[in-house]
Design a protein around this ligand. Structure first.
Ligand code: C5P
Length: 400
């Protein structure tokens, strides 16, 4: 991996961690990467344009309305000559501006005008990071494909402890390298991924659910995006954070998941990792069901849910080129998974043993067998992230 000849536009916003931007510039320059800096008013309270200029060996831009800057380069031109825009540190304020699309200074205007990939390295007080507003802003930015590194957890300048510390410069450099140097074999491909459980209502307050966390499906979505795919992740109520760089469509029921998947087509790749409820209540009550003293419990009549994988994988012009299903079994793994591959018209099945003793369901590791038309391929026990990376690489290989 080499950053030689690449160019980064580095936006330094306000925060005590702004001094770490100097080390980041040094590392980037050492790696052969050109750096141009934009310093916000807040950032200039912590580092000087002169230090940024000395290290980057480049003019530093600070003022949107400088006539010279505008005629020399302009806020549009500024990111045109960059391969990547990096915001480090990214304050809660600049993240909020990005989420809202504000453009009231040079940095926010560049961020609104750029068509280049953007990486943010958030840094702020632990409670600001945990605030619902920041969480909503980060979710919005992720859904638009903004890449995120950090923040780290640790002791903070404000004498508090928790997540909010700016990632260390070597980690930011590694994230920049991953974005600028990694091969993108899935560029131009659209991948549809389902993840998480579904919730099937019994009445307005009760539902039928399952223990799926969404960990594996979300990791697959992130791994496909890392290889350059445009990813639509259709997710039930998962208990893991949104992956960066993918479009998320949130649904609750199997019927909504099917509609969202159909709306997302066409796709080149479809991976069905969701734990879809097999049945729903035939006619969910519109009002909360009341228990009456001494009354009999209600009998719930169940009706089958649509099989999303089988519906999308059915032969036809809208069928994605490569369809991957999952089979979670507790016995006769291979026979059940092979049967599922044929019955549902999937190309591949990722089969795993989810007997309680394996600790796989809801855990952070997975041990799978990849079932293809050629046969079964056992994989070693790996972290779910690694299973995702390996599966994405296999998908890229198959589509090459
Ligand atoms: O039949 P079973 O639930 O074991 O099949 C598992 C595979 O089928 C998984 O890929 C799952 O995401 C998918 N599936 C689906 N819609 C359903 C049930 C399962 O897409 N209603």
């Amino acid at each position: 991996m080499s950053l030689t000849g690449k160019r980064v536009l580095l936006i330094v916003s306000g925060g005590i961690a702004a001094f770490k931007a100097l080390e980041l510039i040094r590392l980037l320059r050492k790696a052969g990467c050109g750096v141009t800096c934009v310093l916000t008013k807040g950032g200039a309270q912590f580092v000087t344009p002169l230090s940024l200029q000395a290290l980057s060996e480049h003019k530093v831009y600070t003022d949107l309305f400088s006539l010279t800057d505008e005629s020399e380069m302009g806020h549009i031109q500024l990111s045109r000559s960059a391969d990547l825009v990096v915001v480090a540190p990214a304050s809660a304020d600049i993240l909020a501006k990005m989420a809202a699309g504000l453009a009231d200074d040079l940095a926010s205007t560049v961020l609104l005008a750029t068509d280049k990939p953007v990486l943010v390295a958030p840094a702020m007080n632990v409670r600001m990071w945990g605030h619902a507003a920041t969480k909503a802003n980060m979710a919005m930015l992720s859904s638009r494909g903004i890449h995120v590194v950090g923040p780290d957890e640790g002791a903070m300048a404000c004498n508090e402890f928790g997540p909010g510390r700016l990632s260390e410069p070597p980690a930011i450099l590694a994230a920049i390298e991953a974005l600028l140097c990694a091969p993108k074999p899935l560029a131009g491909k659209h991948a549809l991924v389902t993840s998480g459980p579904t919730h099937e209502p019994i009445d307005p307050v009760r539902y039928i659910a399952n223990r799926s966390s969404g960990k594996q499906g979300h990791a697959i979505a992130a791994a496909l995006a890392a290889l350059g795919a445009r990813v639509t992740l259709v997710s039930g109520p998962a208990s893991v954070p949104d992956p960066a760089g993918v479009k998320i469509v949130r649904i609750e029921t199997a019927a909504e998941m099917l509609a969202a998947c159909q709306a997302a087509l066409p796709a080149d790749i479809a991976v069905f990792a969701a734990a879809v409820a097999d049945w729903r209540v035939a006619s969910a009550a519109h009002q909360k069901m009341k228990k009456t003293p001494g009354g009999a419990p209600p009998a719930l009549e169940l009706t089958p849910n649509p099989d999303i994988l089988a519906t999308i994988a059915a032969a036809g012009p809208a069928r994605p080129g490569l369809v991957v299903g999952f089979a979670a079994e507790t016995h006769d793994l291979i026979a059940h998974a092979q049967d599922k591959r044929r019955r549902k018209n999937a190309d591949w099945i990722v089969a795993n043993d989810v007997s309680p003793a394996t600790g796989i369901m809801g855990g952070s590791e997975n041990e799978i067998l990849l079932i293809t038309a050629e046969g079964e391929e056992p994989w070693p026990r790996l972290a779910k992230d690694e299973v995702a990376t390996r599966l994405a690489a296999r998908i890229a290989e198959a589509l090459a």
